[in-house]
Design a protein around this ligand. Structure first.
Ligand code: AMP
Length: 358
């Protein structure tokens, strides 16, 4: 077991978007110096950090130089190229570790791991060709969902196979990349559980959130979700099985489908997650602080909420009436400092608190 990092130590974050920004703010509050590595200069995280570096991921030398200035490294997104990860690891410990990244970067490996950890997934099949897609659809039926194994996010790299979908067109639409076909989950709602795991295996699990998406992008999270005690217990078991199975250090999130009360795991994010943004205002220790505590080797904080919360993402033009938004005194407002409100771009979020019900 390594020693906890002293305040004043440097924590480096790979990636410089809004998740890096909120991690940097939480880390600074705990007395750390936060350094950001990003491909673009002056991104959301760089503008609140002690120091920032901008270079392409392919520049192994730049990644290594950055890492050598840090006491420990973490990341805000899971698609870090393998060579950049190796360069980072050669100069400083990276937390969470390689297993968390490798098992969640690829949907096929991820789904197999989830099942081995004793959790349910939808039925799935590996797809590497149109012929493979045809036989997978014959087995899993329609509707079903074709997803690239790697580099998908916010519904990108996906094609829904409906009754009238031409399979060759669907295969072309995902650029003929290695993929999986997933059976369609007839879920009644989408839930997620956010948890933190410390280096000694201690875990802090937040209550379930209920999430609504449109166009593949999260719009609203409501937490704690109204679920039965059995569902909450099962979700905590799932979080423990996955956190332990990955030997994870830091925060992770598990996206779940509630199918007739059974929790089916959709995917794992090995990092802080949009469906945990409610913890910023409804819990004494947010997901961002938990993550910084975990990677620093500190004890975790309490995941207990003191309030209920509805978190609403501000996406693209949602930010245009900002003068009205900032005048709303019921809103705990978080803006990410992004300059252009492009469609689908996450510009900020609002947390609205209410008393916690029993
Ligand atoms: P993902 O990128 O895997 O998180 O998928 C984005 C969204 O698509 C999910 O939040 C669901 O709303 C929907 N979705 C993904 N996979 C399935 C599935 N197997 N069955 C039904 N809906 C799905």
């Amino acid at each position: 077991m390594t020693e906890p990092l002293a305040p004043g130590s440097v924590i480096g974050i790979l990636g410089g978007g809004q998740l890096g920004r909120m991690l940097a703010l939480a880390g600074a509050r705990l007395g750390f110096d936060i350094h950001i590595f990003d491909t673009a200069a002056k991104g959301p995280a760089a503008r609140v950090a002690a120091r920032s570096w901008a270079a392409p991921w392919e520049d192994d030398g730049a990644v290594q130089t950055f890492a050598a200035r840090c006491d420990v490294l973490t990341f805000e997104f899971e698609n870090i190229p393998a060579s950049a990860l190796a360069a980072a690891e050669s100069a400083a410990p990276v937390r969470p570790g390689r297993k968390s990244l490798e098992f969640t970067q690829d949907r096929l490996i991820e789904k197999r791991f989830i099942r081995e950890a004793g959790c349910s997934t939808v039925d799935f099949a590996e797809v590497n060709s149109v012929a493979g897609l045809e036989s997978a659809v014959a087995r899993l039926g329609r509707p079903s969902i074709l997803k690239t194994r790697r580099f998908g996010y916010d519904g990108k790299g996906q094609a829904v196979i409906r009754e009238d979908t031409d399979l060759a067109v669907a295969w072309a639409s995902i650029d003929e990349q290695p993929a999986i076909l997933e059976a369609f989950a007839p879920f009644r709602r989408e839930l997620s559980i956010v948890a933190a795991r410390a280096m000694d295996g201690q875990m802090a699990v937040y209550p379930l959130a209920e999430n609504t998406h449109s166009d593949g992008i999260l719009r609203v999270s409501t937490a704690p979700a109204r679920v039965s005690p059995e569902t909450e217990v099962r979700a905590v078991e799932i979080a423990h099985a996955i956190g332990t199975g990955l030997d994870h250090t830091g925060v992770f999130a598990v996206e779940l489908f509630d199918v007739e009360g059974e929790l089916i795991v959709n995917e794992i994010a090995p990092r802080v997650h949009n469906t945990g943004h409610w913890t910023l205002d409804a819990c004494a220790c947010s997901q961002f602080e938990q993550h910084m505590r975990a990677v620093a080797g500190w004890p975790l904080g309490s995941p207990q909420p003191h309030s209920a919360c509805v978190m609403t993402n501000l996406i693209g033009e949602d930010i245009s009436p900002w003068a009205d938004i900032v005048a709303d005194e019921t809103a705990c407002l978080h803006l990410y400092g992004k300059r252009d409100a492009r469609p689908g771009r996450k510009m900020g979020h609002i947390n609205r608190l209410s008393p916690l019900l029993d």
